[in-house]
Design a protein around this ligand. Structure first.
Ligand SMILES: [Zn+2]
Length: 212
């Protein structure tokens, strides 16, 4: 927290809260001020609840040891669900994408969250995202027969899809690699796709060599 009070005309606690809100995406100075003043009007109980929720998001959430999704336990609810198809893994960039796909009901297999995409321009190579974990998982689980790559349809997402395809085309454990493509607008993030589009794209997924 900055020791400098950016707004010396207001109490330090208030100006610090404004600065904290500004760290959130999409929050400009005016909204941050509005949020801080609204917080001031809340009951102590409500403020404590918000404060606890903020602290818990770091202390109670860990990453699933299999799929790298966020979880309260070492293995997440999706990975422990016996009603899901163990033979297919959908690879996504971010945790949000898991929720988008889950909401659409389009996919009943397991997931793998990369936590980013390959982006040489930003200094992010394959080692900076969780590709190694995917490779280890697939190599140690003979039940896995297909990987659906659902990275975003932009430069970084395509580069990531191509890299994953290359790795598995050289691997001894032969699996089918497909890509969500049809119906999703080019350049778009999976996160913003609507449920019908996701359903359609999952249903009509194509072999990766036909989509790249
Ligand atoms: Zn999991």
């Amino acid at each position: 927290m900055s020791p400098v009070n950016k707004f010396p005309f207001m109490p330090r606690a208030l100006s610090q809260l404004i600065e904290s809100f500004r760290l959130l995406p999409g929050i400009g100075p005016k909204t941050a001020q509005k949020l801080a003043f609204s917080t001031l009007k809340m009951s102590s109980e409500q403020v404590k609840d918000i404060s606890n929720s903020l602290a818990n998001i770091k202390s109670e959430i860990i990453y699933c040891q299999y799929c790298q999704n966020i979880s309260e336990n070492s293995i997440c609810n999706i990975c422990t669900d016996n009603n899901r198809d163990n033979s297919i893994i959908c690879v996504v960039e971010e945790v949000m994408d898991v929720y988008v796909l889950e909401k659409s009901g389009a996919f009943k297999g397991k997931f793998h969250v990369l936590h980013g995409s390959i982006s040489p321009a930003n200094g992010i190579g394959p080692d900076e995202i969780r590709i190694k974990e995917l490779v280890n998982r697939v190599q140690s689980d003979s039940l896995i027969k297909e990987i659906v790559i659902a990275t975003n349809l932009n430069l970084e997402g395509e580069a990531t899809a191509m890299y994953i395809n290359q790795i598995f085309s050289k691997s001894e454990h032969k699996i089918k690699i497909t890509r969500l493509a049809r119906g999703l607008p080019s350049g778009s993030d999976i996160e913003y796709a609507d449920e019908t589009t996701i359903l359609h794209a999952m249903g009509s997924r194509v072999n990766i060599d036909e989509s790249l």
